[in-house]
Design a protein around this ligand. Structure first.
Ligand code: FNR
Length: 184
């Protein structure tokens, strides 16, 4: 079973990318987190280019989503919302509407910020966007505040309670994906 992980941050040293890596450690045996590395290459959404032959980076995004059993997104907060590059990629993934790779896809959302609220507003925005795209976002919130102090030198979360919450959340995501497999 494969979960596709998308970090909404493009920068090296991103706390959200670290949070994704920390989530990978909490996945049950037999479940792999594949991290999407093509976010930077996805061009600005242009409906004129959204044809049967989309830009290569978009085709790759859609293919990796289609191959995944679930989606885990880690989002930064930019001005109380999600970063433009993440919204842009989700817009591409949401089309064509009736055949979108996001439709019915089990999804979970986490966020990290250097501020005190852990990017909770961005998380709410992201849930809204995923919901509008037809993804089934599982309940549960992992919002990591003061992210610059939350990882040790090996990239592990220093707070056991936060790690536990992350494990619960990815467990719920995997349960949802397993239910889909059983129903298929
Ligand atoms: C931020 N940051 C930020 N943080 C927050 O909690 N609420 C906010 O509204 C914003 N707005 C914002 C806008 C822009 C343009 C930047 C660059 C940053 C701070 C942000 O949470 C911090 O830089 C995180 O470390 C970004 O995530 P990554 O890149 O570490 O994953």
């Amino acid at each position: 079973m494969t979960i596709l992980g998308i970090s909404g941050s493009l920068r090296e040293g991103s706390h959200n990318s670290r949070l994704l890596a920390a989530a990978a450690r909490e996945l049950p045996d037999g479940v792999e987190l594949r991290v999407f590395t093509g976010l930077r290459d996805v061009p600005p959404y242009d409906q004129d280019d959204d044809t049967g032959d989309p830009p290569a980076a978009v085709a790759r995004l859609r293919r990796e989503l289609a191959e995944a059993d679930g989606l885990l997104v880690a989002t930064p907060e930019y001005n109380s919302s999600i970063p433009g590059q993440l919204k842009n990629a989700l817009d591409w993934a949401s089309r064509p509407k009736d055949e979108s790779v996001l439709r019915f896809l089990p999804a979970a959302v986490v966020s990290a910020s250097t501020g005190s609220f852990g990017a909770i507003w961005a998380q709410m925005e992201l849930r809204k966007v995923l919901g509008a795209s037809g993804a089934r976002t599982v309940e549960g919130e992992v919002a990591l505040p003061h992210a610059d102090r939350q990882f040790d030198a090996e990239g592990r979360l220093v707070d056991d309670a936060m790690r536990e919450r992350l494990r619960d959340l990815v467990g719920r995501l995997v349960d949802e994906a397993v239910r889909d497999r059983v129903a298929a």
